[in-house]
Design a protein around this ligand. Structure first.
Ligand code: NDP
Length: 249
């Protein structure tokens, strides 16, 4: 499939994995709309990408995936500017660390709201166009915690497991409409999401990750790019693990 001129929308694109995905898709010839709730970060990242790839293939828009009105607004304004989205990358996510017994229901709900329902909203709004048009690709960014669980982050692991189930279901529902839905499961990736755990994680990765290091945002972006540029309508429902061999045992 020719990537040139196709339009991608990436959520949570102000930094980390989302920004790397945006860069990688631009390098592959797509036009990319970066979205995030962090407006300052978004502007910084869009300026950086415009310096690298030119003004025309880069748009950016504030979009908090927790807010249906903002998702609808971006759908409308982006549609006016570039037409329908061909590629949706559901990357926005939050992490919160605490023992299961200390997670109040509201805290559980907050993580599910962003990590799972945020993706559901975007799939409904942007995926509808794909289904109607009979073409499109959706890539969801889950986590190996969907398979392995995540001690002290049950809400996070549950949200990511939900995202995997959503992916498999939409892959089956949308396949006959030529819309492919795949999921990437990153391991431990060196981004701001690591927060205060970074020092410990660096040591852990050197010791326990077969690749001997933490993942880089670019490692995940490369996996997304492969799924997006793959010239086949038969690659759907795939769960692509990007963890340096960490989950192999
Ligand atoms: P970052 O925190 O660096 O980036 C996430 C981005 O998403 C931030 O800009 C964040 O904004 C934004 N965001 C959060 N909530 C919303 C929302 N409601 N609407 C729109 N944007 C939002 O993290 P990563 O790049 O590491 O994470 C990207 C994805 O990869 C996440 O889904 C994460 O769960 C997943 N992942 C990450 C791993 C890792 O080890 N880093 C491992 C496995 C999966 P703000 O700064 O305001 O929160």
């Amino acid at each position: 499939m020719n990537s040139n001129g196709r339009t991608a929308l990436v959520t949570g694109a102000a930094g980390g994995i989302g920004a790397a995905v945006a860069h990688s898709l631009l390098a592959a010839g797509l036009r990319v709309c970066l979205t995030d709730r962090d407006e300052a970060g978004l502007e910084r990242e869009a300026a950086r990408l415009r310096a690298l790839h030119g003004e025309r293939p880069v748009l950016f828009a504030r979009m908090d995936v927790d807010r249906p009105d903002e998702v609808e607004d971006v759908h409308r304004t982006l549609g006016e500017a570039w037409g329908a989205v061909d590629v949706l990358v559901n990357n926005a996510g939050i992490f919160d660390e605490r023992p299961f017994l200390e997670i109040e229901e509201e805290g559980f709900r907050r993580v599910l709201e962003t990590n799972l329902l945020g993706a559901v909203r975007c799939c409904r709004v942007f995926g509808r166009d794909m289904v109607e048009r009979g073409s499109g690709k959706i890539v969801n960014i889950a986590s190996i915690s969907a398979w392995r669980g995540a001690p002290r982050a049950a809400h996070y692991a549950a949200s990511k497991a939900g995202l995997v189930a959503l992916t498999l279901t939409l892959a089956r529902e949308f396949a006959e409409r030529n819309v492919q839905v795949n999921v990437v499961l990153p391991g431990y990736i060196d981004t701001g999401m690591m927060g205060h755990r970074r020092g410990v994680m660096l040591k852990y990765a050197a010791w326990r990750v077969p690749a001997g290091r933490l993942g880089r945002p670019e490692d995940v972006a490369e996996a997304v790019r492969l799924l997006v540029v793959a010239d086949t309508s038969y690659l759907t429902g795939a769960q692509l693990v990007v963890d340096g061999g960490c989950s192999l045992g």
